[in-house]
Design a protein around this ligand. Structure first.
Ligand code: AMP
Length: 420
């Protein structure tokens, strides 16, 4: 029986690798420009990291984690997101002693969700965490970086949404106001939201059920209940975004799926993405999280971008992942087995010159070999038979117009650069 990969996971190959490389490389260039350095954390952590970090009443912790005991009975969890592990690492290695610290990661995440296009059980995110800055300047810089990532990739019609979810001073009183407003209609909420009403009422704003949407439509929003510190902070962030000429919209009912956020939160969405899974990336401030993990108070902010979903949208919008014109490369065709050694020597010569090349591993008809080379993205062929081996001159053929060039590669090694 054939065995397929588990539901919600995918093999990544072919075209998708080109898109993926393009996205990661282009983001990494920006991370460098913005002075971020890379961190790689383990694929699994002690379950406590996420229970404490993300929040016990979030959907992720309650329903979506891949949690398992190891052979000694310790509870481990495949990471569902990148922030809590980075925070754990910042404390473990006392990285907070050198704040501000700017870290980025490119990692796979695991969430037991109902798979659909753009929503996987194993998916890839690239993200940043900037720890140790209270100033709204870092909020603006982080949001700027997020916007630039998509701009660099060639996206045009994305929407950047921002909001503030307040702090420990203003959020609890707001939640009371919100709960009072909802109270008479609790029974009309969906079963999930009825539970959220008691455990994590703000999550109701994220519910996709239409009747819940109607109930909260006119409810009081946290935005108008922020304390003066949070109001000032948010005003400063939006004013800095304006000075950077970044277009954004304040979405007063924006909430995100993690409990650790304080003050600024943001999301970048595409209205072109056909599914409801239209968020490409998002993040926010988490000023208390490092402290909650047992570290010192270190205000921080970060975001994560979904790589798989970005690929889906790039393909849908016909955004190319080719950075340059296709590079030239050579398929070496052997006419007889006895020239294999000579062929390998020639491959070594090409590779030393940085030229991608491959060789026909079996002796087959020339026409079939040329067809194969064309189909597999080669731009040139080089045929090696007795004449070539004895004269040292190899004919390099450009496949698009069959233009031929003679290459005396041992005598004039640089000539290949003129030919390709
Ligand atoms: P989050 O970590 O939930 O804030 O998500 C950040 C980004 O990761 C989202 O905007 C998506 O692009 C992507 N993402 C989140 N969950 C999934 C998933 N299950 N499958 C694919 N991409 C996801």
């Amino acid at each position: 029986m054939v065995i397929n990969c588990p539901r919600g996971t995918a093999d990544i190959f072919g075209d998708d690798i080109s898109y993926r490389d393009f996205i990661i490389e282009s983001a990494k260039k920006l991370f460098k420009l913005f002075n971020y350095s890379e961190i790689i954390t383990p694929a699994f952590e002690h379950t406590e990291v996420f229970n404490r970090g993300i929040g016990q009443s979030t959907d992720i912790v309650k329903k979506e984690m891949y949690t398992f005991p190891d052979k000694k009975g310790r509870s481990l969890t495949l990471r569902p997101e990148g922030t809590a592990p980075v925070v754990r690492a910042i404390i473990e290695h006392k990285l907070y002693s050198k704040v501000p610290i700017k870290l980025f990661y490119v990692e796979n995440m695991f969430r037991y969700e109902r798979p659909q296009k753009g929503r996987m059980r194993e998916f890839w995110q690239l993200g940043v965490e900037a720890a140790g800055v209270n100033s709204p300047l870092i909020d603006a810089e982080v949001i700027w970086l997020l916007a630039l990532i998509f701009e660099e990739l060639g996206f045009k019609n994305l929407k950047l949404l921002v909001n503030s979810v307040g702090c420990d001073d203003c959020r609890p009183p707001y939640i009371n106001v919100f709960k009072k407003y909802i109270e008479p209609q609790v029974e009309s909420l969906c079963p999930d939201c009825r539970e959220r009403y008691n455990t994590n009422p703000l999550r109701i704003f994220d519910c996709k059920v239409r009747s819940c949407g109607t109930i909260i439509e006119d409810s009081p929003k946290i935005y108008s209940h922020l304390c003066s510190g949070c109001t000032q902070h948010f005003k400063a962030v939006t004013s800095l975004l304006k000075s950077l000429n970044i277009s954004f919209a304040v979405k007063e009912d924006l909430v995100r799926g993690f409990d650790y956020y304080t003050r600024t939160i943001f999301e970048i969405i595409s209205e072109d993405l056909e599914s409801v899974q239209n968020a490409l990336g998002g993040g926010g401030r988490y000023d208390r999280l490092i402290e909650q993990f047992g570290g010192p108070p270190v205000p921080s902010i970060g975001f994560a971008v979904g790589i798989d979903r970005t690929i889906v949208l790039m393909k849908q919008l016909n955004i190319s992942c080719m950075q340059n014109e296709q590079e030239n490369n050579v398929f070496v065709i052997l006419l007889e087995q006895e020239f294999e050694g000579y062929g390998l020597e020639f491959l070594s010569y090409l590779r030393k010159h940085g030229i991608r090349c491959d060789i026909s591993f079996e002796i087959k008809k020339i026409a079939a070999q040329i067809k194969w080379a064309e189909k597999n993205g080669f731009t040139h062929t080089a045929i090696i038979g007795g004449d070539e081996a004895s004269s040292g001159i190899i004919t390099v053929k450009r496949l698009k117009d069959f233009k031929q060039s003679q290459l005396n590669w041992k005598k004039d090694p640089q000539e290949i650069n003129d030919i390709l």
